[in-house]
Design a binder for this molecule. Structure first.
Ligand SMILES: [Zn+2]
Length: 448
C-alpha cells in the first residue's frame, strides 16, 4: 500500500478525465439492493494501480467490496476521503437518457449516482492522480476509502470496515457526503458543509386490547387506539429544540437574504416557528427541511392491524421512523414520542444510530471556506445539519471528524438536491470539473 512515487514513470492525465471516469462508474450498475459493487470497486482499483497506487480491496460478502488506498505522507495525522459506490435503484421510465448509460450530453453526465455519490469517488481519484503527477509530497497520509452498501445501512460497507478492520481506518479529519452543493439564495451562492447529522431510531409501537367479534364492539380497541396515535404523530410536531448548529445556520441564511430574511430568525421561537413555516416559506423542500432542522421528528411509516373485517384484533402495530437532534438522548426523544401517543401504547426501539455533531473550529474547515470563496467570489460557506445519516456515523466511532463536503458549483436554477434518488439525476461537466479543482486545492493545502 505504500509507494515511492519519485521513481514512477510520468503519469498521464486525459483532458476531461474526471468526466469520463464518472461516466464509466455510472455505467457499472451498483444499485443497492443488491449492490454487486465489486465490479466498480475493481474498476477503481485498476484505475489507481494505473498510476502506481496499490489499494486493498476488502470483500465483505459475495460481490460486495470496499477499497482502501493510502498515499503515504510524512507523519502528520492522516486525512481521509470517503465515498460510497453503491446507489439506490433506478427505473428506466422517465429518464431523458437511460439511468446506467453515463451519457455525456447537453453538458451533463447523466445517470444514477451522478450526485449520490460517484461524482466524489471520481473527483477524489482524479485529484490524487493529478497531485501525484505534479510531484506533490503530502505531509499527511491521504486515505481513500470507497465503500459499498451505504444506501442499505452500511452493514457490508463502512460499518463492516470499522468493526472488522479498525486498524485500516485511521484519520483525524476527512471529507464525505452530504454537503458542498451550491444553493442559490437571493442571488448568492451558499455552500452548506455538513458538520452534524441527526440520529435515528426505528420504533415499534404496539397497542394491545380486547379481541372479539365486530358485531359486538369493544370500545377503544387496539386498531382504533393505534390509528389515533398515528394520526397524532403525523399532526402534532414534537417540541422545538434550538441547537447551536441550527441557530448558526439560520443566522447565516438570514444574513444573506437581508431584510426579507429576518423572519427566518422567528423560526427559533415557539410562538412563531409554525407560522413562518406554514406561511412564509413557500418552497416545499425548504418547508420540509426547516421542519426537520429544529425538532425531533417521528413519522409513522408501516401500520399493521387485523386480518378480517369482522374480527377485532388483539393488537395493532406500527413502525415509526424517529429522527433526533444532536445533544438529545435517545431516551429523551422516545419520551417525546410517548408524550404524543400516550402511555398505554408499548414503544420498543428496534434499531438506532446516535446523532453526530462535529467541531467546526478546525484548520480543515477554514481551508474549505477560504478555497471555496477564492474559487467562487462572493460565495458563503456555512455549517449545516443533515436530517439523514451517512457513513460518517460509523467512521465517527473511530474519532474521525468527517465534514460533508463534495463540492459542486451549479450554475443554473435546477434543484439538484431533488434529483438525488430521483429520475434524470445528473451533474454538469462544469460543476464536476470545478469541484475536482476545489477538492484538489483542499487536499493540497491541508496535506501539504
Ligand atoms: Zn449518498
Amino acid at each position: 500500500m505504500i509507494q515511492d512515487f519519485s521513481q514512477e514513470a510520468k503519469i498521464m492525465i486525459e483532458q476531461n478525465e474526471v468526466v469520463n471516469l464518472l461516466s464509466d462508474l455510472i455505467r457499472i450498475n451498483t444499485s443497492n439492493p443488491p449492490g454487486n459493487e465489486i465490479e466498480a470497486i475493481d474498476y477503481c482499483a485498476r484505475y489507481l494501480k494505473g498510476f502506481g497506487v496499490e489499494p486493498v480491496v476488502i470483500e465483505s460478502a459475495p460481490k460486495r467490496g470496499n477499497l482502501i488506498a493510502r498515499i503515504k505522507g510524512s507523519g502528520r495525522t492522516p486525512f481521509m476521503l470517503t465515498g460510497h459506490i453503491d446507489t439506490v435503484p433506478a427505473e428506466e421510465n422517465g429518464w431523458r437518457y437511460p439511468p446506467f448509460s453515463g451519457e455525456i450530453k447537453e453538458g451533463f453526465i447523466w445517470g444514477r449516482g451522478a450526485l449520490d455519490m460517484k461524482h466524489f469517488v471520481a473527483m477524489s481519484m482524479v485529484s490524487i492522480k493529478e497531485l501525484l503527477a505534479e510531484g506533490f509530497k503530502p505531509k499527511r497520509d491521504i486515505l481513500l476509502v470507497i465503500t459499498c452498501d451505504e444506501e442499505e445501512g452500511s452493514g457490508c460497507g463502512a460499518r463492516y470496515l470499522v468493526e472488522k478492520h479498525p486498524d485500516l481506518i485511521d484519520a483525524e479529519f476527512g471529507l464525505g457526503e452530504v454537503g458542498g452543493f451550491s444553493m442559490n439564495v437571493s442571488g448568492k451562492r451558499l455552500y452548506p458543509v455538513m458538520t452534524s447529522e441527526k440520529g435515528f431510531a426505528w420504533l415499534k409501537i404496539t397497542a394491545e386490547g380486547e379481541s372479539g367479534h365486530g358485531s359486538m364492539p369493544v370500545f377503544r380497541n387496539a386498531s382504533g387506539r393505534l390509528g389515533l396515535a398515528a394520526w397524532r404523530l403525523s399532526n402534532i410536531p414534537l417540541p422545538l429544540h434550538i441547537t447551536e448548529d441550527a441557530s448558526a445556520f439560520l443566522k447565516t441564511l438570514s444574513g444573506i437574504v437581508g431584510i426579507k430574511g429576518k423572519f427566518l430568525r422567528l423560526l427559533e421561537h415557539n410562538l412563531t416557528n409554525e407560522i413562518v413555516i406554514d406561511n412564509l416559506i413557500t418552497n416545499p423542500n425548504q418547508k420540509k427541511y426547516f421542519k426537520a432542522l429544529l425538532r425531533n421528528t417521528a413519522t409513522p411509516t408501516v401500520v399493521n392491524a387485523g386480518e378480517k373485517v369482522n374480527v377485532i384484533p388483539k393488537s395493532a402495530i406500527m413502525r415509526v421512523d424517529l429522527r433526533y437532534l444532536p445533544g438529545i438522548s435517545l431516551e429523551e426523544a422516545v419520551d417525546e414520542v410517548r408524550e404524543v401517543v400516550g402511555d398505554d401504547l408499548k414503544i420498543e426501539v428496534e434499531s438506532y444510530g446516535e446523532p453526530l455533531s462535529f467541531n467546526k473550529k478546525s484548520e480543515l474547515f477554514d481551508i474549505i471556506k477560504n478555497i471555496v470563496v477564492a474559487e467562487d467570489r462572493g460565495a458563503v460557506v456555512t455549517p449545516y445539519m443533515s436530517p439523514g445519516f451517512t457513513d460518517a456515523k460509523y467512521f465517527s466511532k473511530k474519532n474521525i471528524t468527517i465534514y460533508g463536503f463534495t463540492p459542486l458549483k451549479f450554475d443554473t436554477d435546477i434543484n439538484y438536491t431533488s434529483l438525488i434518488h430521483s429520475e434524470n439525476e445528473r451533474v454538469s461537466e462544469n460543476a464536476l470539473i470545478w469541484g475536482k479543482d476545489v477538492l484538489k486545492r483542499v487536499i493540497k493545502e491541508y496535506c501539504g
